[in-house]
Design a protein around this ligand. Structure first.
Ligand code: SF4
Length: 510
């Protein structure tokens, strides 16, 4: 009978969460590298280059891949023969303790993103606990752990449906995916759970994302099972949609489709679909009583040697002097290098600004948005000589409900975020002759290198959701909605869907 020390599980959880905060799984890196080389859409290729460069920089600097360091999701399979050295903690408590230590590690503090009382006060628990833990009892004498740090942007796009038994699963995926926008930071994977009951399908979908990227091997050896056939079918159909990296249009939207299924009721066909994003992060380890798990760090040579330079004619913008008139000739799809001061703000800050303006209080001291840009971000705390920790964009779509008010009442002229804006927001941007710029979601450490100074100017109590002033130098962004309302997230995928249809026809006739 194996005796497992509680401390070994706690230490292993801590180490694994630190490890995955800066090391992408190499199978994901290799899959994105292959997609990068194949990509014909320049915007998508540029985005993947930034994701790969960011990945290598994070591995080198041992700093988080993304500012959203995720909600901890842990599958623990406990052997029936396991005996614990102590019985004063539950598995949930041990995983939480490991999570707490990992997120508060002073050498690489991770962003605490978990809020308690989610339907009410939404107060940050400050240590990223509790984790979501799934426990199974299995035959054997050891403990198997699969642990992930799941980004909120991708988790928010999860979908669930109870199909009719005769309905086609691939059809539902292909119909549903375009409704999910780009807030899940493609290229990534789709985890699909089929069968059981509603909640079982969701857990299967999440667990499937712990499997390695291996669709190319499946293509080579050919599908044998229903699940494998479905994986290949969905993989092709989804990539044929032309959504592309970051939703900008291109050949690769997903690098794999993972599926797990279990038997279900004759009347039911429960399906859950959960996307994994550009910050795909998971690790697996086994405890057998001989001590904590040891995770082997990848070698830096395993990362592709990819460089990315902006073109010579790239527009350079001084944020300290830019005016509403200046932005009128910025064109959708154009790369812009930003230098100067910008303010930050995300969900909680926008909500508070709205309340203050509604109450006639005006903006808080230090927050003057006239002719300014706001960056939707919640950064990781800085360490050492960093101005700020990883600070990539959060999903702009969540700020849509505030955008018209911000443009109307504050003098704001532009916003920086990731993913698409809704139709009403695009109309509002055009009406106010403003712009929406996009930074690459999942390239947070790379983006943070353009931030030279950072200070909190308002709402300090909101922690990472406070309003910061960033002083940036040559921060690369793409014009995603210009002042005429031209919208890259609409035109890019539409153009690439048609191009892919043409490419497929040529392949069929060749
Ligand atoms: S890559 Fe995108 S979805 Fe994933 S954690 Fe980062 S910001 Fe969130």
């Amino acid at each position: 009978m194996a005796v497992i020390r509680q401390q070994d599980l706690i230490d292993s959880i801590e180490d694994a969460l630190q490890f995955i905060s800066y090391y992408h799984p190499l199978d994901y890196v290799k899959a994105v590298e292959a997609a990068y080389h194949k990509e014909q859409s320049q915007a998508a290729k540029d985005a993947m280059a930034q994701i790969l460069i960011n990945s290598r920089m994070s591995a080198e600097g041992k700093r988080p891949l993304c500012q959203d360091t995720g909600i901890v999701t842990c599958f623990v399979k406990v052997g029936m023969g396991v005996q614990w050295d102590k019985t004063d903690m539950t598995v949930q408590q041990m995983v939480d303790e490991g999570t707490r230590r990992a997120y508060l590690n002073p050498d690489n503090p991770l962003r605490a993103s978990i809020v308690s009382d989610p339907a009410g006060a939404r107060k940050n628990t400050k240590d990223n606990t509790p984790a979501v833990v799934h426990i199974d009892m299995v035959p054997g004498e050891g403990i198997e752990v699969m642990i992930a740090a799941k980004g909120g942007g991708s988790e928010n796009k999860s979908k669930m449906v109870m199909l009719n038994p005769s309905d086609d699963i691939a059809d539902w995926v292909v119909k549903t995916l375009p409704t999910m926008g780009a807030g899940w930071c493609p290229p990534g994977m789709l985890g699909i759970g089929i069968g059981g009951t509603a909640e079982k399908a969701a857990v299967l979908a999440k667990e499937s994302l712990m499997d390695p990227v291996d669709i190319q091997e499946l293509m080579e050896r050919g599908a044998q099972t229903t699940e494998e056939k479905l994986r290949l079918d969905i993989f092709k159909k989804v990539n044929d949609l032309g959504i592309g990296a970051q939703g900008l249009g291109g050949l690769t939207t997903v690098v794999d489709i993972k599926i797990k299924s279990v038997p279900t009721h004759a009347a039911s066909k429960p399906i859950a679909m959960i996307p994994n994003c550009a910050a795909t992060r998971h690790a697996h380890f086994h405890l057998d009583g001989s001590g904590p798990a040891e995770l082997t760090p990848p070698k830096l040579e395993d990362w592709p040697d990819i460089t990315w330079e902006v073109g010579e004619n790239t527009r350079r913008v001084n944020l300290d002097t830019v005016t509403k008139e200046d932005i009128l000739d910025w064109k959708v799809g154009e790369t812009v290098l930003l230098s100067g001061k910008m303010l930050t703000g995300r969900d909680a800050a926008h909500k508070r600004i709205q309340t203050m303006l509604d109450n006639g209080e005006g903006l808080p001291e230090g927050v003057d948005l006239t002719n300014r840009f706001i960056y939707y971000v919640g950064p990781v705390d800085a360490v050492g000589d960093e101005a700020v920790g990883p600070a990539g964009p959060t999903t702009a779509t969540r700020m849509d409900k505030f955008t018209d008010m911000m443009l109307e009442k504050t003098g704001l002229i532009g916003m920086i975020g990731k993913a698409e804006r809704g139709p009403a927001t695009v109309d509002s941007i055009a009406k106010h002759k403003a712009v929406y710029l996009m930074a690459v979601g999942g390239a947070a450490y790379l983006v943070s290198k353009a931030i030279k100074k950072s200070r909190v100017v308002a709402f300090e109590d909101l922690g990472m959701e406070a309003i910061y002033e960033f002083d940036v130098e040559d921060m690369p962004v793409t014009v995603a909605v210009d002042s005429t309302g031209a919208n890259a997230h609409q035109t890019g995928p539409a153009i690439w869907k048609v191009k892919i249809e043409d490419l497929n026809k040529k392949l069929e006739t060749s």
